[in-house]
Write a protein that binds this ligand. Structure first.
Ligand code: HH2
Length: 307
């Protein structure tokens, strides 16, 4: 019989299909090493999205200059962002690759300016080692590799050498091919196994374990139904022993449920973040910082008053 706290990992709500390690072996990880700081994860952390791309799926072209990006970044920090995630290449399904020189040209001036003037760590959303190295040298502290180290074999070494922290997402293939690769017998188990392999590669190449965060990669090589299954069973990934991050903001699974376009998906984004928080996720990558900060504050207040 299921008890409170047991894992309903198949997302059906009908009970356990496979035995993950028991709750006692779930990692008690309470911080993430970023730069020379320990980011306390006893509270949830919000990562604001800054896409310096012309073609991102929900906000492409919104930040055409360094000044516009800095203004947006400052507003996000005022609203409570703990990290800013800067990207110069869209990874939406079907997106065309961007040459590394162009990616660097899009993000580096912002990273230099933001690193000098903002008090929160900058993360660089890239799959390329050469871009990661330039970004880390320019002041970024975190590399957010949505390919989970599968795109560029040099990535982990660069992160280790430059003392960066690392977000590893689950993905298969490339943005151009990932839709066809969304075929799983058992999506949560396979995502867990493949993320575990990415983690092993990172550790084997010298990235400190306390610098690594894992992300199931919502929407990356997953159908909307598979994304929903994972979001209903996130506790089943905690056995990997690292803090979890999710990026659900405005994604297509919300459109699939509600029929609304990306610009109208904030309520669905907040719902998915809250459900994830209640399952132990501690870092949330979102476009809309203030609404999530408020939602999480209310959830935490409700939990604390009941304790
Ligand atoms: N999703 C996107 C980009 N980067 N990084 C992590 N760690 N997790 C995610 O789920 C994730 C991510 C896609 O969203 P967005 O940046 O809004 O769009 P685009 O890839 O079109 O720029």
């Amino acid at each position: 019989m299921m008890r409170k706290g047991d894992l309903a990992v198949d997302g059906s709500g009908r009970g356990e299909r496979y035995a993950f390690p028991p709750r006692s072996s779930v990692s008690p990880v309470s911080f993430w090493r970023v730069g020379d700081q320990e980011m306390d994860l006893s509270s949830p952390r919000v990562m604001g999205v800054l896409n310096l791309t012309p073609d991102s799926f929900s906000d492409g072209g919104a930040l055409p200059s360094v000044e516009a990006a800095l203004l947006r970044a400052r507003k996000m920090v005022e609203e409570g962002a703990d990290i800013l995630d800067v990207g110069g290449e869209s990874t939406r399904p079907g997106a065309s690759p961007v040459p590394s020189e162009e990616e660097i040209r899009r993000i580096l001036p912002f990273i230099r300016a933001a690193g000098a003037s903002l008090e929160v760590p900058i993360s660089v959303d890239t799959r390329k080692a050469v871009v990661a190295r330039e970004a880390l040298k320019a002041g970024a502290r975190i590399v957010n590799d949505v390919s989970g180290l599968n795109h560029d074999p040099g990535m982990a070494r660069v992160v280790a050498e430059e003392g960066g922290s690392l977000i590893l997402s689950h993905m298969r293939g490339t943005p151009a091919t990932m839709r066809e690769l969304a075929v799983y017998q058992d999506v949560l188990r396979e995502v867990g196994e493949e993320l575990g392999r990415s983690l092993d590669v990172a550790l084997g190449r010298g990235v400190g374990e306390d610098r690594i965060v894992l992300d199931p990669g919502i929407g990356f090589a997953k159908t909307p139904a598979q994304s929903l299954t994972i979001l209903g069973a996130l506790e089943g990934l905690r056995y990997l022993g690292r803090p979890l991050l999710v990026g659900v903001s405005r994604k297509s699974f919300i459109g699939e449920v509600t029929g609304v376009p990306p610009a109208e998906r904030l309520p669905g984004t907040l719902a998915a973040c809250v459900v994830s928080f209640l399952q132990g996720v501690r870092i949330f990558r979102v476009h809309d910082v203030a609404p999530l900060v408020q939602a999480l504050a209310v959830v935490r207040a409700i939990i604390e008053v009941g304790e």
